[in-house]
Design a protein around this ligand. Structure first.
Ligand SMILES: [Zn+2]
Length: 228
């Protein structure tokens, strides 16, 4: 089965580093799937007991998840899952994306080489391999990460580290995928990515701009339902 997976299904003896990895993965999925709801407190010993591991890998995982924007740490209180976006924050986040991402797609198109096009195409293809019958939690979180990766590959080619960092700092895909958890997986998003790829392949920078603008505006409209 030629699917990509970042899980270790080998069973039997597992190296300590894979324990840390798998603990991170399991907490990540719980947060993305809202099993740990936005704002909920997370205790180290509680998680360690539930996952049947020692506190060390849980601590490591939480430190990493804090960097990734999924959890917050407050002095004397400890960890909690990052809060859900407010409607205002959601609107602002999409305005911000619309300012930066279409222009980045245009720039990326102007900078494209056969090699970087291949990287963007393979990031797009990763999103379509998430269809195997695994539980929906890991399917969602895999989709979220694959989409983040696709958008980031375009930003890399656009080659403006300030823009790339500004977008990455917002942990956009974390918020989006928690918002859309109860809606359908986005076949539409894949089709929009396909239009963007077509513009890249044709070397049409204006079409790339339009396709990205269209993708983000539609994504906003799909998700706005979460606030009704
Ligand atoms: Zn996308």
């Amino acid at each position: 089965m030629a699917v990509t997976t970042d899980r270790d299904h080998k069973g039997g003896f597992v190296r300590p580093s894979s324990i840390a990895e798998s603990v991170h993965e399991r907490i990540y999925e719980r947060i993305m799937s809202l099993e740990i709801p936005p704002g909920a407190r997370i205790t180290i010993d509680g998680l360690a007991r539930e996952l049947n591991v020692s506190q060390t890998p849980v601590r490591e995982a939480l430190t990493r998840l804090e960097r990734e924007g999924l959890v917050r740490k407050a002095h004397l209180i400890g960890y909690s899952a990052s809060p859900q976006l407010t409607h205002k924050e959601f609107d602002d986040l999409y305005k911000f994306r619309l300012m930066l991402e279409p222009e980045s797609a245009r720039q990326a198109c102007l900078n494209l080489t056969p090699e970087t096009l291949k990287r963007i195409e393979s990031a797009a293809a990763d999103m379509e391999t998430g269809e195997q019958p695994v539980d929906s939690n890991s399917r969602y979180s895999r989709f979220a990460r694959a989409d983040a990766h696709f958008h980031d590959e375009i930003l890399k080619v656009a080659d403006n580290e300030f823009v790339r960092q500004a977008l990455n700092d917002q942990h956009i895909h974390l918020h989006i995928f928690r918002l859309m958890f109860h809606s359908r997986v986005t076949q539409e998003a894949l089709e929009e990515h396909e239009r963007l790829l077509a513009a890249f392949r044709a070397g049409n920078a204006e079409a790339a701009y339009q396709a990205m603008q269209d993708h983000i505006a539609r994504s906003r409209d799909r998700l706005a339902a979460a606030f009704q």
